[in-house]
Design a protein around this ligand. Structure first.
Ligand SMILES: *Cc1c(COP(=O)(O)O)cnc(C)c1O
Length: 372
C-alpha cells in the first residue's frame, strides 16, 4: 500500500501524458512554450481566478506575491506556525519579520483570536503589520470570513497559501479566488502535482498580474533585455505544464475520489480517533487525512503497529516552526502557541490518494481498530 500512489494515476493517463511530452519535444519551446499559457487558461477556468500565473514552485509563488505587495523591512507578515517551512521562509527573504500565529485545535488553520493578539503584539514591537499569509492546511480552506474581517479592519493584505488546498472550496469560493493573492504548488505529492517542481499565483488584480509576469522573468520590461525592476527566474517548465494540462482534466474526478476515501475513513474511525473536521460550507482537497489518537492512546505505538502490518503513515508536522532553530528568534502570539505545540505532538496522517482501493482502506481501518 502506498501513502500517495502517483504510479496508479500515471497508469490511468499514461498514453495522453506520453503524447503531450512528445509534442513538447517536437516543438522545442521548453521555456514558456504554448502549454504554459494553455495550462494557465485552464487553471483560470477551473478556479474562476481572473489571472493564473505559473512559476517554478509553490515557495516562489509566495515570494512573488510578497514582491508584488512590495513587502519590505520594518513590516510584519503574520502566518501560522503549524505549517510547512515555505510559508514563513519567504518573509525574511524580502526583509520582513514573520510573526507566528496559533492554530485552531479542530481545523489546524489560523486561529483568528490569536491573529488579533499577534497583530497587536507586532505593533507593540514597532513593526507595521502588512500581510497575513493564511494556509489551507491539509487541504481545508482557512477561516476566511474571520480573517478577511481582520485584514480589512487593519488595512492589511491577504495571501492564501493554498499549496495543499487547490481544489478546495470555502462557502462557494474556490481556492484561487480568495485573498489578494492565492498561491499553490504542483510538487508531485500535492493534490494537483506535476513530475517535478511547479507553482502558481492567482489574482484578480490586473496590475499585480503584470508585475508578477515581470518579476518571474528577471524583472523584464517591454523588451526582454530592458529590465525595469529586480526580479528572479521562476517559470514553470513547458513539459510540466503539458503534464499538468492532462492532470487537470481528471482533477475533479480525483477530488471526488479523495472525498469518498475521507468519508469512509471518518465513518469507520471517528469513535477511535479525532478525525478531520470540515466546517459547513467548506470542501477540503484532502491533501492529507490527518487524525489524532483519542484519550491516552499513543501516536508512536499506533504508527509502529500500522507499519508492522504494512500501512504507511506520516507526521505532518512534528515540530511547529516557532520551535525550529531557524525560526525561534521571530516574534509570536504573546500568549504562546500552545495548540500548535499540542497538535504537533499528536497528529499523524493516513494513506490518502484517489486510487486507494476499498480493500486498502479496510486494511487501514482494521489496523487502527487493532490499536483501540
Ligand atoms: C508544499 C508547500 C509549500 C511550498 O511548495 P513548493 O512547491 O514545495 O515550493 C508552501 N506552503 C505549504 C503549506 C506547502 O505545503
Amino acid at each position: 500500500m502506498q501513502f500517495i500512489d502517483l504510479a496508479a494515476q500515471q497508469q490511468r493517463i499514461k498514453d495522453k501524458i506520453d503524447a503531450r511530452i512528445a509534442r513538447v519535444l517536437e516543438h522545442g519551446s521548453y521555456i514558456m512554450g504554448p502549454e504554459v499559457r494553455e495550462f494557465e487558461d485552464s487553471l483560470s477556468s477551473f478556479s474562476g481566478a481572473k489571472h493564473s500565473l505559473t512559476c517554478a514552485n509553490g515557495t516562489d509563488a509566495l515570494l512573488l506575491a510578497l514582491m508584488a505587495l512590495k513587502v519590505r523591512s520594518g513590516q510584519a507578515v503574520l502566518c501560522p506556525s503549524f505549517t510547512f517551512a515555505a510559508t514563513a521562509e519567504v518573509i525574511p527573504s524580502v526583509g520582513a519579520v514573520p510573526v507566528f500565529v496559533d492554530c485552531d485545535p479542530d481545523t489546524y488553520n489560523i486561529d483568528p483570536r490569536s491573529l488579533e493578539r499577534s497583530i497587536a503584539y507586532a505593533k507593540s514591537l514597532g513593526l507595521k503589520p502588512t500581510v497575513v499569509i493564511a494556509v489551507d492546511l491539509f487541504g481545508l480552506p482557512a477561516d476566511y470570513d474571520e480573517i478577511e474581517e481582520i485584514t480589512a479592519a487593519e488595512g492589511m493584505k491577504l495571501i492564501a497559501d493554498s499549496a495543499q488546498g487547490f481544489g478546495g472550496v470555502y462557502k462557494g469560493r474556490n481556492s484561487g479566488t480568495i485573498g489578494d493573492f492565492c498561491t499553490t504548488s504542483f510538487f508531485p505529492a500535492k493534490p494537483l502535482g506535476c513530475y517535478g517542481d511547479g507553482g502558481a499565483i492567482f489574482t484578480d488584480d490586473d496590475e499585480a498580474a503584470e508585475l508578477i509576469k515581470s518579476f518571474r522573468v528577471h524583472g523584464k520590461g517591454h523588451h526582454k533585455y530592458d529590465n525595469c525592476r529586480i526580479g528572479m527566474n521562476s517559470r514553470l517548465d513547458t513539459i510540466q505544464a503539458a503534464i499538468l494540462c492532462e492532470k487537470l482534466g481528471i482533477f475533479s474526478d480525483e477530488l471526488n475520489k479523495r472525498n469518498a476515501v475521507a468519508q469512509r475513513y471518518s465513518a469507520a474511525l471517528s469513535n477511535l480517533l479525532k478525525t478531520p473536521l470540515v466546517p459547513g460550507g467548506l470542501k477540503s482537497s484532502w491533501a492529507q487525512y490527518t487524525v489524532q489518537p483519542r484519550l491516552d492512546l499513543n501516536r508512536d505505538v499506533i504508527i509502529r503497529h500500522l507499519k508492522s502490518v504494512g500501512v504507511p503513515t506520516a507526521v505532518y508536522y512534528p515540530l511547529p516552526l516557532h520551535l525550529q532553530s531557524a525560526y525561534r528568534c521571530f516574534p509570536k502570539d504573546p500568549e504562546g502557541l500552545l495548540v500548535s505545540e499540542d497538535v504537533a505532538s499528536k497528529v499523524f496522517s493516513l494513506p490518502m490518494h484517489p486510487y486507494l482501493t476499498v480493500e486498502d482502506q479496510d486494511a487501514v481501518i482494521s489496523a487502527l481498530h487493532d490499536c483501540g
